[in-house]
Design a protein around this ligand. Sequence first.
Ligand SMILES: Cc1cc2nc3c(=O)[nH]c(=O)nc-3n(C[C@H](O)[C@H](O)[C@H](O)COP(=O)(O)OP(=O)(O)OC[C@H]3O[C@@H](n4cnc5c(N)ncnc54)[C@H](O)[C@@H]3O)c2cc1C
Length: 414
Amino acid sequence: MYADIVIIGGGASGYSSAISAKKTNPSADVVIVEKLSRTGKKIIATGNGKCNLSNISITEKNYHGSLNTVKIINNTPDWYELFERELGVMCVQGSEGRSGGIYPHSNSSSTVVNAFRLKIGNLGIKEVCDFEVKSIDGIDGYYIIKSYDKQIISRKIIIATGGYASPSFGTDGGMLRIFRERGYKISKICPAVSPLKVSSESLKGLKGVRVKGEISAISDGKTLRTERGEIQFNENNISGVCVFNLAYLFQKYGEKLSLYIDLLPEMDFESVFEYIKNIKKDRAECSIDELLTGIFVRNMAVYLMKNTLRRTMTDKIKSLTDGEIRGLVRRIKGLNFDVSGCASWQNAQATCGGIHGDCVTENLESRLETGIYFCGEVLDTVGDCGGYNLQWAWSSGLWAGKKCAESLKGGRND
Ligand SMILES: Cc1cc2nc3c(=O)[nH]c(=O)nc-3n(C[C@H](O)[C@H](O)[C@H](O)COP(=O)(O)OP(=O)(O)OC[C@H]3O[C@@H](n4cnc5c(N)ncnc54)[C@H](O)[C@@H]3O)c2cc1C
């Protein structure tokens, strides 16, 4: 089999790159090869099945890595042009999750996949499934792409194989290993948009507790990033969207990272102190495990008392000193956990690290091998939770597809 352009990986960036390539050069044969039995499987799982496909606010701060991500996003059609105008997917700004998230109006990710597949079929782009690429050999300006007993010959290749996150959707980092062997610089890989591990000992009594608060990632006394939102305590990790947005920091700081949680960020230290002193007056004869009832859920209230005061819980509230209450407020405003690891790939939504920006041109073409382009999560860029990773996948795919097809127009190895 021969194709002018072979796109390896039938996920988010594979879809958009195929459409962009075919529209740029309608006479080109464009083929998507996919390892799984169907394309688009991961997209179906996104946004809890609702697909948070973009965000109304895209800034440099939302992306981390060695690529000029936002420049590429700004150079390509935005979510409105791509989904509403090109694909006919009616979109809405979601009421759930991060503010500014864009979702399909149907509230179903399958709407997005169906619209892509319809467009791909209408444009005459072929899909070849159950084709796991195991090797790529360059010979005389052509590439031989092999999968076990099958092969395809092509002039140009777009690598859209994703990273390591959620391997059950076909993304086990296999292609990154192939490119590492070919001499590409791969930035340190680590799970992102994922929980952060802390010791189960430090979480004793908190399993299943959810709070609203402010969480900061700190290393060597320096605050790296602060997020507000719901924080969930599990057996050996802390999760929630605001924690997901800190997880990429593990790549650089590893176990030097600590998490500080302010459980009452809307109040300053003295206001919390006065508030608790008033409670002390009202509940003077109650046992101290009732001091924080009404402020926190029971397990959190008991956790705070037990881990701060050297008391038996049956002591009377009236016996608490101002010094003890101040100690308690310090804990409420700065609940501290040392990060002991990152999540497993199964529990990660994205990959931090990948093909380094130094290895690709502004057109996302390889600087090492002419005619090979990259897009999506395989590249060294990761976005925050809230539609940023899919936006990068769509945009980098559109850009790589366009540039790849343009180079085909100009000659074999243009
Ligand atoms: C559970 C979950 C929920 C998420 N929710 C959101 C969300 O709501 N919003 C958001 O912005 N992001 C979300 N993400 C992240 C987002 O889905 C990814 O960043 C995005 O899909 C990456 O697109 P991609 O094209 O680079 O790779 P993928 O979409 O991962 O596609 C890569 C494809 O390549 C195929 N492949 C891999 N290796 C080979 C090979 N050797 N040969 C052939 N094919 C191969 C894979 O089978 C796969 O189909 C979520 C991720 C997960 C796991």
